[in-house]
Structures are given as structure tokens and as C-alpha cells.
Write a protein that binds this ligand. Structure first.
Ligand code: GDP
Ligand code: MG
Length: 166
């Protein structure tokens, strides 16, 4: 099995952390500052039966200029070319305008989308289901996977679901 998986989400939701955890090496730059991941950094997860190519995409934002328009359009096209989109959100921050904007963009994309609720180590378990329900009302996700990219909680389940999808 092999395929391309795109990571999308607001700055600081943990995209680089997840990639680093899954790939077991520092392939993407981690920082507290938003938007340090300027380019797509590809990482390959390989087992004896599977190969998954991850694309760490910078978050798409509401365009404020023609250049912004172009960036959003190219991001949308990039999502059409992959086999799976992982939409990462921050369990602690909750749903923001940036999340809604990304879901609007993904609505026109035919690629299956997983909702990955990250940083579950920072919230009370009882708050997770209501949050997931809110996202589910906005978008028809193929899977919903709560994880902690930092602690590694549930990341193996996420990988299994990714491999199943490819
Ligand atoms: P990106 O902008 O989406 O690539 O986000 P980063 O991977 O750079 O992470 C932003 C910040 O969130 C860093 O300080 C990470 O250590 C932190 N972070 C990422 N995942 C988790 C998590 O699961 N739990 C906690 N507590 N912090 C996390
Ligand atoms: Mg990053």
C-alpha cells in the first residue's frame, strides 16, 4: 500500500510534532511561532508492506490579497492530488474561524478527510465529545481520531486508519 497524505490545520495545532512523532526523526521544524513551516516538507513512513508520503502544508488562511487568493487556490488543488487529508485541530483552543475557513475550502475537495483532534493531553476527556460533535456538524469526516502528537497517545491508531484508507 502506498499513498500521499496531506496535513492541514491552523498554525501551532501540532502538524510538525505529529510528523516528527510518526517519522521518528526531526524532518519538520518545530516552533511556538506560527507559520515557520514555509514549504511543504515531505516525509516518508515506510514499513515492509506500506509507504506513506506525508506533506506538511502550511495552514491556509483567509486571503487578504491576490497573492493570498492564489495560495488558497493552490492549496485546494494540492488536496485534490493526495489520497487523504488529515485536518488537525487543537482540542484546547477549540473551533476557531481559521478552522471554519479550512473546512469551507475542503468542502469542494473530493479527497477523504480525517479530523485529528490533537493535544488531548491538555483537556478533560468530557470536553472531547462535545467538541467533536461541533466539528461533525460542519463537515462530513471519514474518521475522527483524538490524539496527542506530543505524548504519542493514539498515534498508532491514527496510522492504522491511514493505512486502511490507502
Ligand atoms: P504546527 O504549526 O502545526 O506545525 O505546530 P507544531 O508542531 O510546531 O506545534 C506547536 C506547539 O504545540 C509546540 O510547542 C508543540 O510542542 C505543541 N504541541 C504539539 N502537539 C502537542 C500535543 O499533543 N500536546 C501538547 N501539550 N502540545 C503539543
Ligand atoms: Mg509546522
Amino acid at each position: 500500500k502506498s499513498g500521499f497524505v496531506a496535513l492541514i490545520g491552523r498554525p501551532n495545532v501540532g502538524k510538525s510534532t505529529l510528523l516528527n512523532h510518526v517519522l521518528g526523526q526531526k524532518v519538520a521544524i518545530m516552533s511556538d511561532k506560527p507559520q515557520t513551516t514555509r514549504n511543504k516538507i515531505r516525509g516518508v513512513y515506510t514499513t515492509d508492506t506500506a509507504q506513506v508520503i506525508f506533506l506538511d502544508t502550511p495552514g491556509i488562511h483567509k486571503p487578504k490579497s491576490r497573492l493570498g487568493d492564489w495560495m488558497v487556490k493552490s492549496a485546494r488543488e494540492a488536496f485534490e492530488e493526495v489520497d487523504l487529508v488529515l485536518f488537525l485541530v487543537d482540542a484546547k483552543e477549540g473551533m476557531g474561524a481559521g478552522d471554519r475557513f479550512i473546512m469551507e475550502q475542503l468542502r469542494e475537495v473530493r479527497t477523504p478527510v480525517f479530523l485529528v483532534v490533537n493535544k488531548i493531553d491538555q483537556v478533560h476527556p468530557d470536553s472531547l465529545l462535545p467538541l467533536i460533535d461541533r466539528y461533525r456538524k460542519e463537515f462530513d469526516f471519514k474518521e475522527v481520531v483524538p490524539i496527542s502528537a506530543l505524548k504519542g497517545n493514539n498515534t498508532s491508531t491514527l496510522l492504522e486508519l491511514i493505512l486502511k484508507e490507502l
